[in-house]
Write a protein that binds this ligand. Structure first.
Ligand code: NIG
Ligand code: FE
Length: 421
């Protein structure tokens, strides 16, 4: 067992054991093993401690109660780590990533900053480079990006295919992804590849009749880029239904570039999350709130494409559950820093700090239907971030400053950014 103490603020995101004002968890470990359902409800414990048993949180609560909790757990000889007054938050749950790719599109980014518009067309550049790369090159790049993200506090990763766009290339991307996460997503319907430009329907058939059946059992999620220049609503519906029939759960890229019907379609198709939602009408939001569909906002995309930032206040007022993810990809947004995304979300999407921190942790867990991550109540996976700061608020208050000091995943130290002695 490990006892972590000296925590100035512990963000638990865990529902109190009983009563609105009860501590985050009791020594009897009765905290509900689910992240809180209310956006921004962090359930912060000041002067806190945390007990880890193997891969799981055994107890979290006020430091003054830690001794009794340890005794209750029958652990007299726990290894103690005293943080000396640092904030601890759950590891970030990054529910939207495109990390299996080769090539560089920094010139496209530079052109965009000089006035070019983002379009789905750039994806083809990455598709060509990805098809030409070896498995080893793709996996090395993926591992490098995961390591970077981990050092910035991400402990759960969703990863999509989508830069292969042939049967063999999509399946090999899944094979690589499945070696690194259980949150694997098939997005063979990312764009129509160049060889099918004259007959997009032939590609839709390839996706439905060959790629989805071959990916059955290898992808948890099915996703489609439903957008002008990618796939229309009818094609999206058919592809999502085929994925569901093959046992995959649905999610969608919706209303990133235009104000179409993709958000409502996502709700109708039972998508767990609709992502981007840069454009959303009041009616869209009412439908999503009613369906209980999570909306995943991607502040880094708006930043990197100079698109307008959606106003989170409007989404929350409509009753929608919000997640924040990075959408790390070589085109529309090449950041894998959730601290950066949180700072943008607060400054430019009008999240409160509490809402943004919740959305990048518990919100991501909701977007992936995970109850074991995104919170630090008893029973949660021991995924946590020690901040080089007294308060979690510093994540937005000190933008661009590397505040992630240490990261634990399943109770193991996976990143240590402290200066070497
Ligand atoms: O989520 N929108 C579609 N897919 C990615 C961008 C992919 C690319 O530009 O390479 C996204 O923004
Ligand atoms: Fe994406």
């Amino acid at each position: 067992m490990q006892l972590i103490t000296g925590i100035s603020e512990l963000v638990t995101n865990a529902a109190p054991a009983s009563g609105a004002d009860a501590p985050a968890s009791g020594a009897d470990g009765t905290t509900s093993a689910h992240p809180t359902a209310e956006v921004g409800r962090l359930n912060v414990v000041a002067d806190a401690a945390l007990i880890i048993d193997g891969e799981r949180v055994a107890w979290s609560g006020p430091a003054a109660e830690a001794g009794a909790a340890l005794a209750g757990l029958g652990a007299g000889d726990a290894e103690t780590i005293d943080l000396g007054g640092k904030a601890v938050i759950p590891g970030f749950v990054d529910s939207h990533n495109h990390l299996v790719f080769a090539g560089d599109r920094s010139a496209e980014f530079a052109a965009r900053m000089a006035g070019e518009k983002y379009s789905a067309g750039g994806i083809a550049t990455t598709v060509a480079a990805t098809r030409a790369a070896t498995d080893e090159e793709l996996e090395d790049n993926l591992v490098h990006l995961l390591d970077q993200a981990r050092r910035q506090g991400t402990t759960t990763f969703e990863i999509k295919t989508g830069y292969g766009l042939t049967l063999d290339d999509e399946i090999r991307a899944l094979r690589i992804i499945n070696r690194h996460t259980e949150e694997s997503t098939l997005i063979a319907a990312h764009v129509v590849p160049p060889e099918h430009k004259e007959n997009p329907e032939a590609y839709v058939s390839l996706v439905i009749d060959e790629i989805i059946p071959a990916a059955a059992g290898q992808a948890k999620w099915i996703d489609v880029f439903c957008e002008k220049g990618a796939f229309d609503e009818d094609q999206t519906r058919r592809i999502i239904e085929a994925g569901k029939a093959a046992g995959m759960k649905p999610r969608l890229h919706a209303n990133q570039l235009t104000d179409g019907g993709a958000l409502k379609l996502g709700a109708e198709l039972g998508c767990v999350s609709v992502d981007h939602a840069t454009f959303a009408s009041d009616d869209d939001l009412a439908v999503l709130a009613h369906a209980g569909t999570v909306v995943t906002l991607l502040p880094g995309v708006e930043f990197s494409t100079r698109q307008p930032y959606p106003d989170a206040r409007r989404y929350l007022a409509a009753g929608v559950t919000l997640a924040i993810a990075s959408d790390c990809n070589p085109g529309s947004c090449f950041t894998n820093s959730l601290p950066f995304c949180i700072a943008l979300a607060v400054r430019d999407m009008h999240f409160t700090v509490d809402q943004a921190v919740w959305a990048a942790t518990a919100g991501g867990a909701h977007a992936l239907e995970r109850t074991d991550v995104g919170h630090l109540g008893a029973g949660a996976r021991a995924d946590l971030v020690v901040l080089d700061a007294p308060s979690y608020r510093h994540l937005a208050y000190r933008p661009g400053v590397h505040l992630v000091e240490r990261v634990l995943a399943a109770g193991e130290l996976v990143a240590d950014n402290r200066p070497r002695p």
